[in-house]
Design a protein around this ligand. Structure first.
Ligand SMILES: N[C@@H](CCC(=O)N[C@@H](CS)C(=O)NCC(=O)O)C(=O)O
Length: 221
């Protein structure tokens, strides 16, 4: 099996990268510098016409959309390594509900806070302001959810934890006040300590250097 991940360090593709590290599926990487517009170049559009990362090619078949990729990976090998199992076997449908919400709602909101200029051709300030306002009650609820728990699904780590950590990092990068969400900060620390996360981070660091990618604002991973 040949598996190729197209990804950008620090972006949402980190969740897929971490998933691959968690399940131990061998894969090759192709770093895409979205900060220089590589995703819109013909070479990449020939691979993924959507012009987005992540994209995962498995034996020539392309998978896009983080929830679909993670759902697929959860069914490769031991499914419960990434997502909780349903009582009657397979993967619990609740995790697809959660993945979809993260991808189609939370991702858009945090992107609007972190990179409002990408969401409008007008003044980005009201876009950020609107996103931060919408995020406030959501972040409060998310903080409450992980306050008494180790992971998103209680005692068991899942890839949702990595997704949550990425979403929270983006929200903070976009101006959400970190100090208001101590449980999310503590959760993010736990996520980052997991060996598969550490391996993913190392790969991202190497990809940055290999592809000469410079993160916006000189940021770090
Ligand atoms: N719905 C897609 C969204 C993917 C997405 O927006 N990826 C961003 C990086 S976090 C991207 O490729 N941005 C480049 C661009 O929008 O031009 C998913 O859930 O995977």
């Amino acid at each position: 099996m040949t598996t190729i991940l197209y990804h950008t360090p620090g972006s949402c593709s980190r969740v897929t990268l971490n998933a691959l590290e968690e399940i131990g599926l061998p894969f090759e990487e192709r770093p895409i510098d979205i900060f220089k517009g590589m995703q819109a170049r013909p070479e990449y559009l020939a691979v993924n016409p959507k012009g987005k990362v992540p994209a995962l090619e498995i034996d020539g078949r392309l998978l896009t959309e983080t929830p679909a990729i993670l759902w697929h990976l959860a069914h490769v090998g031991n499914s419960t390594a990434l997502l909780p199992a349903a009582a009657d076997g397979g993967v619990a449908i609740e995790s697809l509900v959660d993945l979809s919400w993260f991808s189609n709602t939370l991702h858009i909101l945090v992107r609007s806070a972190r990179a409002p200029m990408r969401m409008t051709s007008g003044d980005p300030a009201p876009v950020r302001e609107h996103a931060l306002k919408a995020l406030e009650p959501i972040l409060r609820d998310l903080d409450g959810r992980v306050a008494g728990e180790r992971w998103w699904y209680g005692d068991a780590w899942s890839i949702l934890d990595v997704y949550l950590s990425w979403v929270f990092g983006m929200a903070v990068g976009g101006g959400a006040p970190m100090a208001k969400y101590p449980a999310l900060v503590a959760h993010q620390d736990r996520v980052r300590q997991r060996p598969s996360f550490q391996r993913a981070l190392k790969r991202e660091q190497a990809a940055l250097e290999q592809a000469g990618i410079i993160l916006p604002g000189g940021g770090t991973l």
